[in-house]
Design a protein around this ligand. Structure first.
Ligand SMILES: Cc1ncc(COP(=O)(O)O)c(C=O)c1O
Length: 457
């Protein structure tokens, strides 16, 4: 038993954690036990306060307390804690939220379906693409294209879409029909002398080659995050999205944009699609939809897509899909309140106002001997740690440099997320103010210094 906190043993002995080294967890127990949150700070069981440098998991847009969201949840729990959305049944909050999202969408979108997580939204989208293509008499249109280092979730189909090999290994995944393109990480993967535009053109050509090799009439959709998040906050290089969208248009490919992280202000635009000029045919969002106060996601698509689904549902009798908690009334009430708050405090305007300060502070870290690259948009920056800044050579993974920076930052008061190999995804809650940004950057710099001097030894 831990003399300090029995909860650590309860967790170590009984709680199975995802995305965690299970043996290490069994030996060492939880890396951190978060007990409270306030503003952009979390508090741990040992009484320490840390600035949250990754918004929980890119989700705590409004930080860690909000009376209005708590009251909205309480009011809804008192009035109607649950109502199904199966069999055409509904309740007021979900109807209101559907219309609200239609009005907010980046492009004309008419229909919204609710799920509980980003994974479920993307998984459902894959099913609906297949369902719709059957309705159109094109059952062979099943191939799904996405990118390495993309992250679309963990359910069997969504993870097949994800480009994270460790999430496929030993699960017998990905499923058939899932094809991958290169990640648009210019810093690492450009050839000597290749400009961002040339790199982008090469990747667009790779896309076109894959489309032609597969057969355009076999492709159900191309899925993408506007800016790759779980892959390490990878800012698309100049010319990337125009080139990719030219291929999408040329071959009339359904373009699904995953706004699970970028949606609701992260990039300084309401939608990531607006930040990069994307024209999605459908969109998934989650996380900041409820400011992470309730698990809820939404899938948004256009009327013509929906009408094809209607045709299939006529034939089968129902749309054979749904979850018990789809469109949960408490989630819908919290989401409506969160959207009101975003509007009233002009959250997107706030992100735009503080973003130059945040980004210039991140870019200044490139003077540090460990930092090869630091690029971002809004309150979203990817920081790449390298062994050699001239050659961009990466560290030996055994050195666990990213993990060490994460641990040092934790020690110094910043809750951080490193993503192998040695990338930091820096994305504080969207309500962060400039002095808090300065504190977070100062701690990150100290953490880098500490690891750098350890490496010198
Ligand atoms: C871009 C993106 N899409 C989908 C997901 C999956 O969402 P969830 O974890 O809610 O299933 C994530 C999770 O981080 C994500 O970052």
């Amino acid at each position: 038993m831990s003399a300090v906190n029995p909860l650590l043993d309860q967790d170590r002995n009984h709680h199975v954690h995802g995305q965690t080294n299970l043996r290490q967890h069994g030996e060492q127990g939880p890396a951190v036990m978060v007990t409270e949150g306030r503003g952009v700070y979390i508090r741990t069981d040992d009484g320490r306060e840390l600035i949250d440098g990754f918004s929980g998991l890119g989700c705590t847009s409004l930080g860690y307390h909000n009376d209005r969201l708590a009251d909205a949840a309480k009011r809804q729990m008192d009035r109607l804690p649950f109502a199904p959305t199966f069999y055409g049944r509904s309740h007021p909050k979900v109807a209101e939220l559907a219309e609200r999202l239609v009005k907010l969408a980046a492009v004309p979108i008419d229909r919204v379906m609710f799920q509980c997580s980003g994974s479920e939204a993307n998984d459902a989208m894959i099913k609906f693409l297949w369902y719709r293509n059957i309705a159109r008499g094109q059952p062979e249109r099943r191939k799904l294209i996405s990118r390495w280092r993309g992250y679309y979730g963990n359910t069997v189909a969504a993870v097949s879409l994800s480009g994270q090999p460790h999430m496929h290994a030993n699960f017998g995944l990905p499923m058939d029909d899932f094809l991958k393109l290169s990640t648009p990480n210019y810093y690492h993967f450009h050839e000597d002398g290749e400009t961002e535009e040339e790199f982008s053109a090469r990747l667009a050509q790779e896309f076109e080659n894959l489309v032609l090799a597969t057969g355009p009439d076999k492709i159900a959709a191309f899925f993408a995050e506007p800016m790759q998040s779980g892959g390490g906050a990878i800012l698309p290089p100049r010319g990337y999205w125009p080139g990719m969208q030219a291929v999408i248009k040329k071959y009339d490919i359904h373009f699904h944009v995953d706004e699970v992280v970028c949606g609701f202000g992260r990039t300084g635009h309401l939608w990531g699609a607006q930040a990069f000029g994307l024209e999605p045919d459908s969109t998934s969002c989650a996380k900041a939809l409820t400011a992470a106060f309730f698990p809820m996601s939404a899938l948004m698509f256009k009327e013509d897509f929906y009408q094809d689904m209607v045709q299939n549902s006529d034939e089968v009798g129902v749309l054979g899909h749904g979850f018990t908690y789809s469109g949960h009334p408490v989630g819908a009430a919290v989401a409506l309140e969160a959207l009101d708050i975003y509007d009233e405090i002009d959250l997107v305007g706030h992100v735009r106002a503080v973003a130059p300060h945040f980004l210039s502070g991140c870019e200044a870290l490139m003077e540090h001997p460990l930092v090869g690259d630091a690029r971002g948009i809004g309150l979203f920056c990817g920081i790449e740690l390298v062994a050699n800044k001239q050659t961009r050579e990466q560290f030996d993974p055994a050195l666990k440099v990213g993990q060490r920076v994460q641990d040092a930052a934790h020690d110094l008061g910043l809750y951080l997320r490193s993503i192998p190999p040695d990338r930091i995804s820096f994305m504080p809650p969207l309500i962060i103010e400039k002095p808090e940004i300065d504190d977070a950057l100062a701690i990150l710099k100290q953490a880098l210094d500490r690891v750098w001097s350890e490496l010198q030894r």
